[in-house]
Write a protein that binds this ligand. Structure first.
Ligand code: F6P
Length: 351
């Protein structure tokens, strides 16, 4: 247990997502109103910390931001511990961070982000800073928490997009492949795929075979079902395809393969960044507010080196050193996969 924080800094790092402002507001308002702390916001993730770019956040500056997408602080994918030997500026990044925090007199730093952000937060804690993490990402892949905010909004956006595929697919009797974000995990694809009535759902966590896909899609045609919706996670591997080298995404590669295998006209749509944009869903606003308020409470209690998290419906904290470097993958026997199989959703794995 460390000393109670009186002055805290907040930053948002990594890819943006809906709910970041709700979390900043949750931390900031709780810190100011409940605990009487001084709150500073750093610009552009860890970059602002390195370059000492910050501003004071008062209660007024935290009003009216709950429903805003993006982050009022800005974000970046800056990783201060990724050293490049030839660059003295780059080498000194961690030192600069320590110096800047100390000259501002910060007692604690709240880092809002995904896996990469938590890893850096853990390293800063090891260097002696008092750090608290808050998990966010549309991917829902942060280890140690059941839920990250941003995920629910992205599920809603992706689901609406998949819903809209049905009518155009039906009109043209086509197969529509929809590529969904999620980095190396399939949470967003699984939830939006089931919610949007995807006939096939391909996840990076499940090994799928083209022959099984072909058989299933042909079966649908024989059953008089004139079209199919295939929801593919961006992280899915496609047999025989080197995605980076061939400059093709998972959706494009799967669409090409399906058309070749079945002869059915196939089109792909990449949902991309619209999944991260815009106003957070009510659920994400709630999760972000709760995690934010909880994190401010941890700072008030001097409980550092922790990430605010959810287990079940309860708020809790997990040591950053346990979170760092791990990814929360969809378990192969996840209940939603099992339930979807009962309505004949195909995961391409023949199970
Ligand atoms: O982590 C969120 C995410 O949107 C992933 O789903 C995606 O793979 C990645 O970020 C895209 O990153 P960038 O914003 O750097 O293009």
């Amino acid at each position: 247990m460390g000393k109670t924080a009186k002055k805290i800094g907040i930053l948002t790092a990594g890819g943006d997502c809906p709910g970041l402002n709700a979390a900043i507001r949750g931390v900031g308002k709780t810190a100011i109103i409940k605990y009487g702390m001084d709150v500073y916001g750093f610009s552009s993730g860890y970059l602002g910390l390195i370059n000492n770019e910050y501003r004071r956040l008062d209660e007024k500056s935290l009003s009216g931001i709950l429903t805003l997408g993006g982050t009022i602080l800005g974000t970046s994918r800056e990783k201060p511990f990724k050293h490049k030997e030839y660059d003295a500026y780059v080498q000194n990044k961690p030192d600069r961070i320590l110096k800047n925090c100390s000259s501002l007199g910060l007692d604690a730093l709240i880092c809002i982000g995904g896996n990469g952000t938590m890893k850096t937060a853990g390293k800063l804690q090891e260097l002696g800073l008092n750090v608290i993490g808050i998990p966010k990402t549309i991917d829902n892949d942060v280890w140690g928490t059941d839920m990250t905010f941003g995920f629910d909004s992205a599920v809603n956006i992706a689901t609406e997009a998949i819903d809209r595929m049905h009518t155009t697919a039906n009109s043209h009797k086509r197969i529509m492949v929809v590529e969904v974000m999620g980095h190396h995990t399939g949470w967003l694809t699984l939830y939006s795929g089931v919610a949007g009535g995807g006939d096939v759902i391909l996840l990076p966590e499940l090994k799928w075979k083209p022959e099984i896909l072909k058989k299933y899609l042909k079966k649908r045609v024989n059953q008089g079902k004139p079209y199919s919706i295939v929801v593919v996670a961006e992280g899915v591997k496609v047999p025989g395809v080197k995605k980076k080298k061939e400059r093709v995404g998972a959706g494009g590669a799967v669409a090409r393969l399906i058309q070749d295998l079945t002869g059915i006209e196939t089109r792909e749509t990449i949902l991309g960044y619209i999944q991260r944009g815009g106003t957070p869903s009510p659920r994400d606003r709630v999760i972000a507010t709760e995690l934010g308020a909880y994190a401010a409470g941890l700072a008030a209690e001097g409980r550092y080196g922790q990430m605010a998290a959810y287990t079940g419906n309860d708020l809790c904290s997990v040591p950053l050193e346990e979170v760092a470097g791990k990814t929360k993958f969809v378990p192969e026997d996840h209940a939603l996969i099992r339930h979807a199989r009962t309505i004949d959703t195909c995961f391409g794995d023949g199970a």
